[in-house]
Ligand binder design. Structure first.
Ligand code: ADP
Length: 348
């Protein structure tokens, strides 16, 4: 190395005077460090470029041995038959941390979505299945009685045995359903005092991931101060993510400008209101009346549980959630959250 900038000194923890004159492979982890000289040799012989002029993400090594991600691009200057290489590095550590945080939060949200969706499904299924199961149990009981009245012989004994087994299985199915219901009911919520704006911003970031090829103008407004809210942060983020994701779906198809606006404002003295507005086509007539009921969807790949789950969550926070068409076109969804849903009187 012929030169080592002050920024490089900070990044690697080496002083320029200690490192100038050393091989650049000192800044690389094994096994790249060992291979570096032969890569360079190969380039000088064949002109085959591995990284020069291309740039890519690589792992670098600090003086204390810590490895960290960097974006590296290498330039080459040839003068009087000598090659001089310049490496430009950007430390990607902070970038990676926030990427990891997003991925973590996303997986937490997905888990919750599954959990809530499972709860919603389990409740519906339990309700739907209870009646036919009771009917099966009753029919089996009556048939058993009729068979028993026929008198005991080899065949009736076999029939009674089979009918007993059917009754046992119907009972077992009932118990499985009951245990699922108990499991769903006991899902623990974690109410804490949280900064609503932070929670909303994070959820919006996640819900808009992957919209880059059809850019959407996403605006988040908080005109005045909003107090901390006593809430289950992950659940409220799930609601925001659901509403924003629906808005993304709504505006994505159009070729005109795609706008989503999220307003966070105080609502009276004891609540806040979060609105999600879009300039999409608005609510379809046939879904409008039953918006928050499960399995209500107008999308070919929709499940129709997002809004039902959101309603369950907001209701468990003693809040209210609604959706309607905007006069200006597009849809508007809003939810009202009491600042402290645990307080005695939360109406405001
Ligand atoms: P899904 O998104 O799986 O269909 P949801 O419960 O989240 O389930 O939404 C139910 C339905 O409500 C959607 O299929 C859609 O018809 C309607 N909807 C929700 N949000 C919007 C919106 N922003 N614009 C237009 N329609 C919407």
């Amino acid at each position: 190395m012929l030169a080592f900038s002050p920024a490089a000194e900070r990044m690697f923890g080496f002083k320029a005077e200690d490192i100038i004159g050393e091989n650049v492979s000192l800044l690389m982890p094994s096994p790249l460090a060992e291979k570096h000289d032969s890569f360079l040799q190969k380039y000088l012989l064949t002109g085959q470029k591995n990284i020069i002029g291309i740039g890519r993400e690589v792992t670098a090594r600090k003086k204390n041995g810590t490895l960290f991600p960097v974006e590296l691009s290498v330039g080459v200057i040839t003068r009087h038959g000598t090659h001089l290489f310049t490496g430009f590095l950007r430390d990607l550590t902070a970038h990676r941390i926030s990427e990891n945080q997003i991925a973590e939060l996303q997986s937490e949200l997905i888990q919750l979505a599954r959990h809530s969706a499972m709860g919603e499904l389990a409740t519906t299924l339990a309700h739907e299945l209870n009646q036919p199961l009771t009917a099966i149990a009753n029919y089996t009981l009556v048939t058993r009685k009729l068979v028993a009245d026929l008198g005991t012989n080899q065949q009736t004994k076999a029939l009674l045995d089979l009918l007993d087994k059917s009754a046992q299985q119907a009972q077992r199915a009932g118990e499985i359903i009951r245990s699922i219901r108990t499991f769903v009911k006991h899902h623990e919520t974690r109410f804490r005092w949280e900064n609503l704006e932070d929670a909303v911003r994070e959820a919006v970031k996640i819900a808009t991931i992957g919209t880059g090829n059809r850019p959407i103008d996403v605006q988040i407004n908080k005109p005045g101060p909003v107090p901390d809210i006593c809430m289950d942060r992950i659940q409220i983020q799930q609601v925001v993510a659901n509403l924003v994701r629906n808005a993304v779906d709504a505006v994505s198809a159009q070729d005109t400008e795609r706008i989503i606006r999220i307003d966070i404002t105080r609502h009276g003295t004891r609540s806040v209101i979060v609105r999600v507005l879009d300039n999409g086509p608005g609510l379809a007539v046939d879904v409008e009346k039953t918006l928050f009921e499960p399995f209500n969807t107008s999308k070919t790949d929709g499940v129709g549980v997002g809004l039902a789950i959101s309603k369950t969550i907001i209701t468990s926070h003693n809040g209210d959630i609604r959706g309607r068409n905007r006069q200006a076109g597009g849809a508007e969804f809003y939810f009202i959250l009491p600042i402290d849903s645990k307080a005695e009187d939360v109406s405001s």
